[in-house]
Design a protein around this ligand. Structure first.
Ligand code: BDR
Ligand code: CA
Length: 325
């Protein structure tokens, strides 16, 4: 949809956005990317969840990203300390002990917002205009699931939920079939899936097609600002594990693809599909079963992104990082 500006030009309507996140190296890059894009994204708040590391660290890292982006105007609400039913699992092996590989962390000047993320989601979505707020989820889906359980009526405030998670074509990254965010809290993902909200998934299928390369990292480094230095330092460390594990020439920047999708959906392609999440204990826990060929003729409940323009992604990320200090 577009609006007519004072000079008669068409301006795209801003996305009214809440980012739910577990920073996390790639989460921090996603947050810098989003916070550098105020023309398109009106970010109401960042809400944090335990995931890559403990909640206190994910909340600190979200506040760091906000500070580094010079966007202390955006509140950060801390949410769930653990998944709905499972014991927390962390990904310190990939993201480092502090959840932020490749750089040193400090305690940011500005603290958390008062209140918690779940109540914030409920209050904000209940007060919102019908189907007006987009939620980007970059970690386990615990916060939104808890909000939906406590107040199912919040679906009316939601325009769309855009999720980094899931895996179909080439298997998982935490088990042979499951992706980390869904494996960490499969019951939460199931609650969100069954809520009937409009869902878009950016799974490993697409994030593993959008890989760093020396040239792409040099392109970011050439900006030579603090943001670009941080992103390159984070990525140089973060990509090592995936490059080694999969034998691929570069690493994915999973969560940042969600932001690119919001800013430039035309860079991506996918299909409306029926998706089911396996939430039973066992070898397929956290697996996303995607009916890509419509074998079941079951109702389509998500848009599954399968492909993306890798160079387009890195060009957009570079352009936005250039706007930061
Ligand atoms: C997802 O898992 C986390 O470790 C990353 O931050 C990303 O959200 C990728 O599977
Ligand atoms: Ca994440």
């Amino acid at each position: 949809m577009s609006l007519i500006t004072a000079n008669g030009a068409h301006a795209a309507e801003k996305i009214d956005l809440i980012i739910d996140t577990d920073p996390g190296a790639d989460d921090v890059i996603a947050l810098l990317f989003a916070l550098a894009s105020p023309q398109e994204l009106s970010i109401r708040a960042l809400t944090t969840v335990a995931g890559n590391v403990r909640l206190d660290k994910t909340s600190r890292n979200a506040r760091l990203a906000r500070e580094w982006a010079g966007r202390e105007d955006v509140p950060v609400y801390a949410g769930a300390k653990k998944p709905l039913m499972r014991k927390p699992i962390y990904a310190e092996d990939i993201h480092g002990k502090e959840g932020l590989s490749g750089i040193t962390v400090h305690e940011p000047k500005k603290g958390l917002a008062e209140g918690n993320a779940i109540q914030y989601l409920i209050d904000t979505l209940m007060a919102a205009k019908s189907h007006s707020i987009t939620i980007a989820i970059l970690g386990p889906q615990t916060n939104l699931a808890l909000a939906l359980i406590q107040e199912p009526e919040i679906v009316r405030g939601i325009k769309e939920v855009v999720i980094m998670g899931g895996a179909h074509f080439n298997g998982g990254n935490i088990t042979p079939v499951a992706e980390f965010n869904l494996f960490a809290d499969p019951q939460a993902a199931e609650v969100v899936l069954k809520s009937g909200v409009k869902l878009t998934y950016l799974p490993l299928d697409v994030t593993h097609k959008i890989l760093t390369s020396d040239t792409r990292l040099q392109q970011i480094a050439a900006l030579n600002n603090n943001a670009s230095k941080r992103v390159v330092d984070i990525l140089n460390e973060y990509i090592k594990a995936d490059m080694e594990h999969y034998g691929i020439p570069g690493g994915p920047v999973h969560d940042a693809t969600v932001i690119a999708y919001l800013l430039r959906p035309q860079l991506f392609s996918g299909r409306e599909v029926n998706v089911v999440i396996d939430s039973r204990e066992g070898p397929t826990l956290g697996q996303t079963i995607v009916d890509w060929y419509d074998s079941l003729k079951a109702p389509k409940n998500a848009f599954w992104v399968e492909n993306g323009d890798a160079q387009g992604f890195f060009d957009l990320l570079t352009e936005r990082l250039a706007r930061l200090k």
